[in-house]
Structure formats: structure tokens, C-alpha cells
Design a protein. Structure first.
Length: 345
């Protein structure tokens, strides 16, 4: 099942090996013994059909402190889960499409640039010379996010004073206002920025549900979340608490924020439960896609604001490592041998 994308496996496994090296170099006690590595290699061959799936499983085990069967390696996700999830529809939820596909979501969108033309929220055309007046009518600070931007790249922060029409990207982009975050939520990043990543699943036979939540914490001076600097910490949804261990960008483990010294374990994060429930309700409106990664901010009144909806490769390595398997209950660990009808039985 799924298109053959085996050419990316070497790159993916190099990423996994680099992550494993960072984890075990920072904390040698997390290195796997030979017995565990043999067990993982055997499991990769028997469960997923190839030893090429072992490197990510080793990385998960090193970070978690033990090997857990059923977690999906990242190259398995790319090869099987992504094509299955987006089916024949493709990635239909880019930033300039989100308001059209998710009209019930609370979004910070102000305007769009699509195929060389500027548009307002109702797709009314905006003349280029009027764009600044439109986007700064009620916002003093905006973010320009390019459609093909990944991992925090392609994001520009603008004020009225720094805005120059000729400097805007040529490709499609969305312009979003700054979201005023709940003070407790914002404070977790020590002067940077804070974003939730909530993963929801629509199994097809049942309502959508949230299967994991994590938080990405910026570093001091960061204006937006960037993969090159942000920390990741898993969240317990019902308790609305951070887990005891998070990851630095290179996957090495840490128990506290390096700038503020904030210890993660037991730290309360307001609004997580409401956000998880709301993202599941939104996913129910788009059953065309099986799993979604939502980037969310929490406002002072508890409202979850949706920055992005990721439906392609929505990055599940981190939650799989800490709280997986996320998808075994849906039979998705067997996508390489099953067709759709088998999955839904």
C-alpha cells in the first residue's frame, strides 16, 4: 500500500541515527544493550517487513528508556501512513486553504496571497496599494507565513514600519495577526513563544479523537517556533501537565528549560483539555483525512487558536517515542499488509 518512496529511507535513518547518538552522548545510560538492539531488529523485520525500520525504533527506545512494540518509525509513517491518511485527496489544508476547509476554527488569519493576487477573509480581492491598510487596521504586528514553509522557516514578522510590499514573498502565503496568549501558557517559553501540537485521528468508524498532545517551547528571543531551537515536551491531556522529560532540537533529553530553568515535571498547562476536545471536533468536519497535527495557541479566555493544520507528514516521532503506540489501536501498524476494508473491520 502507498507509493514507493524508499529513496528517502537512507536519509530518514541517518536522521534517526543522529538522534540516537545525541541522546546517548548526552546521557550514556540511555544507550541500548546488544540484546535490546537484536530484539528491535527482529521486531522490525517481523512486524514491518524490513530491518530499515529499526533505527527509529532504537531512537524511541533510547529516549523512553525501554522498547515498546507498536510504535511507528518515521520512515514507515512516510511510506504507508501518510498516503493512507490523505488518500486520493492529497494535502488539502495548506495555510491559504485552512479557512475554507475549517470555517469553524478560530484562526488569526487576516489576508492571503494566492497566485499573485491578494485576498481578504471572504476571498474579496485587495489591491496591493491597500494591503498595508487592511492588515494593520487592527493589528500592530503580523506574521507572513509561506505555504511551503517548514519547521518554522518561511515566517516573517512585520510591523507597519517594517512593512514593504516589494519585500513580500512571491509564492503563496497567509498573513496572520499576533495571538495574545494566556500569561501562564506564554511564560513557559521564558520570553520566547509557546505552541501546542495536538495529534488527532479520525478512524472512519468512530468520531475523531486526540491521541497525543505536546508543547513546543521557544528559546529567549525567538519570535516564532523554529525546529532549529524549540524544545518539545509531552503533555498529559487530562491532567493538563507536562511530562518529566523533554527533547532539545537534536533529541537529547532534558528535564528543564535551558533559559529559565523551569522544570517540566508536573508543570500545569492551562487549556490543553479544551484544545484537544476542540481539535477533535474540528477533525470530525474533515473525515477525508485520517490524522492531523494541529498547531495551537491558548488565549487568556482559554480559546484555542489554530495556527496551522498539518495533514501530510504531520510529525509523530516525538509522541510515538514518549507515549506511543498512537495508532496500533486503529490497525495502522499493519498498513503494509492490509487494505482499507481490513483496517476498518
Amino acid at each position: 500500500m502507498g507509493r514507493d518512496i524508499s529513496a528517502i529511507d537512507p536519509s530518514q535513518n541517518n536522521t534517526a541515527r543522529a538522534a540516537y547518538a545525541a541522546i546517548t552522548t548526552a546521557d550514556p545510560s540511555r544507550a541500548l544493550d546488544s540484546k535490546t538492539r537484536r530484539r528491535i531488529a527482529t521486531y522490525a523485520r517481523e512486524a514491518f517487513g524490513h530491518i530499515a525500520y529499526a533505527p527509529w525504533l532504537e531512537t524511541y527506545a533510547a529516549l523512553r528508556g525501554r522498547f515498546v512494540e507498536g510504535c511507528l518509525p518515521d520512515n514507515y509513517v512516510r511510506r504507508h501512513l501518510v498516503p493512507y491518511s490523505i488518500s486520493t485527496y492529497g494535502d488539502i489544508t495548506g495555510p491559504t486553504l485552512l479557512r475554507r476547509t475549517m470555517p469553524a476554527a478560530t484562526l488569526p488569519d487576516i489576508a492571503y496571497h494566492i497566485a499573485g493576487q491578494f485576498y481578504g477573509l471572504s476571498m474579496e480581492r485587495i489591491r496591493p496599494e491597500e494591503l498595508a491598510d487592511v492588515i494593520f487596521a487592527e493589528a500592530s504586528l503580523v506574521y507572513v507565513k509561506e505555504t511551503c514553509g517548514l519547521q518554522g522557516k518561511g515566517v516573517t514578522r512585520l510591523t507597519r514600519e517594517s512593512f514593504k510590499l516589494e519585500d513580500l514573498p512571491r509564492r503563496d502565503f497567509v498573513i496572520q495577526s499576533e495571538v495574545q496568549l494566556d500569561p501562564e501558557f506564554a511564560a513557559l517559553s521564558a520570553g520566547g513563544t509557546t505552541t501546542l501540537r495536538i495529534t488527532t485521528v479520525h478512524p472512519g468508524t468512530e468520531p475523531a479523537r486526540a491521541v497525543s498532545a505536546g508543547i513546543r517551547l521557544g528559546r529567549t528571543g525567538d519570535s516564532h517556533i523554529r525546529s532549529a531551537s524549540a524544545l518539545k515536551v509531552i503533555l498529559e491531556i487530562e491532567a493538563e501537565e507536562l511530562g518529566p522529560v523533554g527533547c532539545m532540537p537534536d533529541w537529547s533529553a532534558t528535564t528543564q528549560h535551558p533559559d529559565s530553568g523551569l522544570r517540566f515535571e508536573g508543570q500545569k498547562v492551562p487549556g490543553v483539555r479544551r484544545a484537544a476536545e476542540e481539535m477533535a471536533r474540528l477533525h470530525d468536519q474533515l473525515p477525508h483525512v485520517r490524522y492531523v497535527g494541529w498547531d495551537v495557541g491558548i488565549a487568556p479566555d482559554g480559546t484555542p487558536w489554530v495556527y496551522e493544520m498539518n495533514t501530510g507528514h504531520a510529525g509523530v516521532t516525538f509522541p510515538e517515542a514518549f507515549v506511543g503506540p498512537l495508532f496500533k489501536q486503529f490497525g495502522w501498524h499493519r498498513l503494509h499488509v492490509l487494505d482499507d476494508s481490513d483496517v476498518f473491520r
